[in-house]
Design a protein around this ligand. Structure first.
Ligand code: ZN
Ligand code: ZN
Length: 109
């Protein structure tokens, strides 16, 4: 799945809507809290109103839940942050769908 998404990205899949993380090599929802995933330029995990990073709360218990919220204004309603939430939901669903063994079996060739 990860390799499939690497290929798909070369063909135009947005890196922000992937269900796996190219950098951390894991599910998007598992590393989305990493400071690396705050993209000020595009507004991903960033609140433009408050100019601060948006927090992410992920509940991995099926069916899974993802909440994005700005610690200052409580909002995270931008299109970019909706992308982040959607990517995390897709990632959670894929994980519960049983794709994990394949994911972690991919060598770093
Ligand atoms: Zn990551
Ligand atoms: Zn805010």
């Amino acid at each position: 799945m990860l390799a499939a998404e690497d290929t798909a990205e070369e063909h135009g899949l947005s890196p922000h809507t992937r269900s796996t993380c190219y950098v951390h090599r894991c599910w998007t929802h598992q590393c989305v809290g990493d400071p690396l995933h705050v993209l000020i330029a595009t507004g991903h995990r960033w609140c433009r109103r408050c100019e601060c990073p948006v927090d992410v709360a992920v509940d991995e218990t099926p069916p899974g839940a993802v909440h994005l919220f700005c610690p200052r204004c409580g909002q995270a309603g931008s299109a970019a942050n909706r992308d982040v939430r959607q990517a995390c939901r897709t990632s959670l669903a894929a994980m519960h769908g049983g794709d994990a063994p394949t994911l972690y079996g991919i060598p770093d060739a």
